[in-house]
Design a protein around this ligand. Structure first.
Ligand code: NAI
Ligand code: MG
Length: 367
C-alpha cells in the first residue's frame, strides 16, 4: 500500500510527541509492510521562524496532496508578538479551511486505569467511550453579518449570526450515522430548536437524513443545554453526539474533562469525500496545545498524539485492526501502571515521553 502522510510537528511538545509516532510508523513500515510514505513540513511558530508565515504555500501543497496530515501543536510565548495574520494558530486555521474540514471528531474515552483521575465519580466514567461530532466550518463562528456597530449614543452592538444551510447539516448528519455504524449504532443530535430557527432546521434535516438509508441507526434528539447536563450526569448513555460548531466546541470540552488529562485526548477533522477517489481530506491532532511550561523537559504525555495516529489509521486508511491494536496497547501500558506527570497518581510508575512512547510500541509489537 502507498499511504501518503504529512507530518507537521509544530512547536513546543508537538515535535516531542510526534517523535514517538515516528517510531511506531517506522516499525509498522519495517515489520508489517504498512507502506506509509512520510513527508514533513513546518507549521506555527516553527514555520514563522523559517518562512515568516505560519504555514508556507509549499507545505499547504503537501497537505493537499497527502492522504492525511498528522499535526502536533502550535504556539508559545516566543510568538506572542508576531503579526495577527501570522500567529501560530493561523497555520492550523488555514489547514482546516483549505482542506475544507467540516467535521471534527472528538472521542471521549475513559481508560479504566484512569477512572480515578476524572473530575467525576469513578462509576460514572469508567469505560466511557463516546464520540462527539462537531460541525466545524459553519454556524455562529463564521455566519454573516459579524461585526461591532457603533450606535452613536455611547453604545455599541456586537453581532454574530448563526447560519446553517441544508447541505451543511445533511453531510454532518450522514457522517454521524456512518460513524455510529462502526460503533454502538446510536446517534443523539443536539440543538436548541426551542429558541433558534437554525435549531429547528438542524432537527428537521437530521431527521430527514436519517430516513434516507440510515434507519438501522438509532436516532434521538436532545436540547443542547440538557445534553450538557446529561453528559455530566450519565455520559455512558451516549454513543455518537452530533451537534453544531458552537455547542460542539463547548460539549467536547466538557466531555474532555470526564476523561482525565488533556494529554490523553486525540481528535480528527475530516472533509468531504473526493468525487473521483472517494477519499476524504483529513487532519489528526491531539486536543492539547504546545504546553510551553513543560516543553523541552521530556515530560510530555505522547498518548494524545499516538491516539491521533490510531484515529488516522482507522478513518483515513481503513487499518481497523492496527488502530484497535494501538489503542489496546495504550490501555495495556496504563494497566501496567506507567504514567507521565500529567496523569501521575500514588503507587504508579512515573515515566517521560520517550519511555511512554517506547512502552506503547512494545505493547503494540507484542499484540
Ligand atoms: P496546553 O494544552 O498547551 O497546556 C495546558 C496545560 O496542560 C499545561 O499545563 C500543559 O503542561 C498541560 N499539557 C498539555 N498537553 C500535555 C501533554 N501532552 N502532556 C502533559 N501535559 C500536557 O494549553 P495552553 O497552555 O493554554 O496553551 C499553550 C500554547 O498552545 C498557546 O500558545 C496556545 O495558543 C497553544 N495551543 C495550541 C493548540 C493547537 O495547536 N491545536 C491548542 C491549544 C493551545
Ligand atoms: Mg474549545
Amino acid at each position: 500500500a502507498n499511504r501518503k502522510l504529512l507530518l507537521l510537528p509544530g512547536d513546543g511538545i508537538g515535535p516531542e510527541a510526534m517523535g514517538e509516532v515516528r517510531h511506531i510508523i517506522a516499525h509498522m513500515n519495517e515489520a508489517e509492510g504498512a507502506g506509509f510514505e512520510i513527508d514533513e513540513g513546518l507549521v506555527g511558530g516553527a514555520a514563522y521562524d523559517a518562512h515568516g508565515e505560519s504555514i508556507s504555500d509549499a507545505d499547504m501543497e503537501k497537505a493537499l496532496a497527502a492522504d492525511a496530515v498528522l499535526f502536533g501543536a502550535v504556539g508559545g510565548p516566543k510568538w506572542d508578538d508576531v503579526p495577527y495574520e501570522q500567529r501560530p494558530e493561523a497555520g492550523l486555521l488555514r489547514l482546516r479551511k483549505d482542506l475544507a474540514l467540516f467535521a471534527n471528531l472528538r472521542p471521549a474515552i475513559c481508560y479504566p486505569a484512569l477512572a480515578d483521575s476524572s473530575s467525576l465519580r469513578k462509576d460514572v466514567v469508567e469505560g466511557l467511550d463516546i464520540l462527539i461530532l462537531r460541525e466545524l466550518t459553519g454556524g455562529v463562528y463564521f455566519g454573516e453579518p459579524k461585526e461591532i456597530i457603533d450606535l452613536g449614543n455611547g453604545q455599541k452592538r456586537g453581532i454574530d449570526t448563526q447560519v446553517y444551510d441544508t447541505y451543511e447539516i445533511e453531510r454532518i448528519a450522514a457522517m454521524a450515522f456512518e460513524l455510529a455504524r462502526t460503533r454502538d449504532n446510536r446517534v443523539c443530535s443536539m440543538e436548541k430548536r426551542n429558541v433558534m430557527k437554525s435549531g429547528v432546521l438542524w432537527n428537521e434535516v437530521v431527521t430527514a437524513t436519517h430516513k434516507k438509508g440510515y434507519e438501522d441507526v438509532e436516532l434521538t434528539h436532545m436540547l443542547a443545554d440538557a445534553g450538557g447536563m446529561q453528559l455530566v450526569r450519565w455520559p455512558k448513555q451516549f454513543d455518537v453526539i452530533v451537534t453544531d460548531n458552537l455547542f460542539g466546541d463547548m460539549l467536547s470540552d466538557v466531555a474532555a474533562m470526564l476523561t482525565g488529562s488533556l494529554g490523553m485526548l486525540p481528535s480528527a477533522s475530516l472533509g468531504a469525500p473526493d468525487e473521483t477517489t472517494g477519499k476524504r481530506k483529513a487532519l489528526y491532532e491531539p486536543v492539547h496545545g504546545s504546553a510551553p511550561d513543560i516543553a523541552g523537559t521530556g515530560a510530555a504525555n505522547p498518548i494524545a498524539m499516538i491516539a491521533s495516529f490510531a484515529m488516522c489509521m482507522r478513518y483515513s486508511f481503513e487499518m481497523i485492526a492496527e488502530a484497535d491494536r494501538l489503542e489496546a496497547a495504550i490501555a495495556k501500558v496504563l494497566d501496567d501502571g506507567l504514567r507521565t506527570g500529567d496523569i501521575m497518581s500514588d503507587g504508579m510508575t512515573k515515566v517521560g515521553t520517550t519511555e511512554m512512547g517506547a512502552a506503547v510500541l512494545e505493547a503494540y509489537k507484542a499484540s
